[in-house]
Design a protein around this ligand. Structure first.
Ligand code: KIV
Length: 298
């Protein structure tokens, strides 16, 4: 069984909890959430002051290079969750349950949710789906594990949804989404992600339920916002969804840095003297004498 190494990462911020989420909604303060999959990103996010870090199964696409999120396993999620937990001490940590870790049975759902807290260092879990997940959500919450729901575009169902497409665009679909949101609230979710749904609908749902909604491609009327960090940083260049605002172009920056390094090595500009270790003169001549005694004058 895996263990979590504890490193003394210092933080002056108070730990964000599910209670903080509720208080923020009550006060009308927007909640911030971003994804992370590794230690340095978690450290940077935590120090920047983000409320919550989601170890999303988007890991599969933006880090592991899969076509979609379906191949991601529990082991991969736990491996990356532990790295994030080592770096983030204040943000609320949310582990995303991968495809087939909660759909087969309620028992498996509870066991796998528990692994995120026991072996992954997470504070809570997220899972996708509406009315069909109520049983699993109730059981996980009853086990003392906070659950974040996820409605709208649920990427683990892309084959059922017909691709990565916006949801809730007809009156009927919007009605169903609102019903699902109420059911998830009633089942005990502490928060709810709304992905790729019309802004008016997301705002309406946010006003109708008491738990905070976290939007991604769901407009400004949600109680909080989440983005995939690799999209925001411009690190994932396969495609950028319409709802992403790019705050950096790290893919281009990374390429430039790599090209500069290659050019420096090829032109022998790197390593320069300041990057090299110099040996004490006396030690060096002593070494030369001992290394090649026959070459030295008698
Ligand atoms: O996996 C993920 O990153 C997510 C967010 C898009 C909400 O589920």
């Amino acid at each position: 069984m895996s263990t979590i190494s504890v490193f003394p990462v210092l933080s002056t911020r108070k730990k964000v909890t599910t209670l903080t989420f509720h208080q923020k909604k009550e006060r009308g303060e927007p909640i911030t959430m971003l994804t992370a999959y590794d230690y340095p990103t978690a450290l940077a996010l935590d120090q920047a002051g983000v409320d919550a870090i989601l170890v999303g199964d988007s890991l599969g696409m933006v880090v592991l290079g899969y076509e979609n999120t379906l191949p991601v396993t529990m082991e991969e999620m736990l491996h990356h969750s532990r790295a994030v937990a080592r770096g983030a001490k204040s943000a609320l940590l949310v582990g995303d349950m991968p495809f087939m870790s909660y759909q087969v049975s309620i028992e498996e759902a509870v066991r796998n949710a528990g692994r995120f807290l026991q072996n992954g260092g997470m504070d809570s879990i997220k899972l996708e789906g509406g009315r069909e997940r109520v049983g699993a959500i109730r059981a996980i919450v009853a086990a003392g594990i906070p659950v974040m729901g996820h409605l709208g575009l649920t990427p683990q169902s892309i084959h059922q949804l017909g691709g990565f497409r916006a949801q809730g665009k007809t009156a009927l679909a919007a009605r169903r989404l609102l019903e699902d949101a109420r059911l998830l609230e009633d089942a005990g979710c502490f928060s709810l992600v709304l992905e790729s749904v019309p802004a008016q609908l997301a705002e309406y749902i946010s006003q109708q339920i008491s738990i905070p909604t976290i939007g991604i491609g769901a407009g400004a009327g949600c109680d909080g916002q989440v983005l995939v960090a690799h999209d925001l940083l411009g690190l994932f260049d396969r495609f950028t969804p319409k709802f992403v605002k790019k705050y950096a172009d790290l893919h281009a920056d990374m390429q430039k840095a790599f090209r500069d390094y290659i050019a420096d090595v090829q032109s022998q500009q790197f390593p320069a003297p300041e990057h090299s270790i110099v040996m004490d003169e006396r030690e060096w001549s002593e070494f030369l004498q001992s290394a090649e005694p026959e070459a030295q004058p008698a």
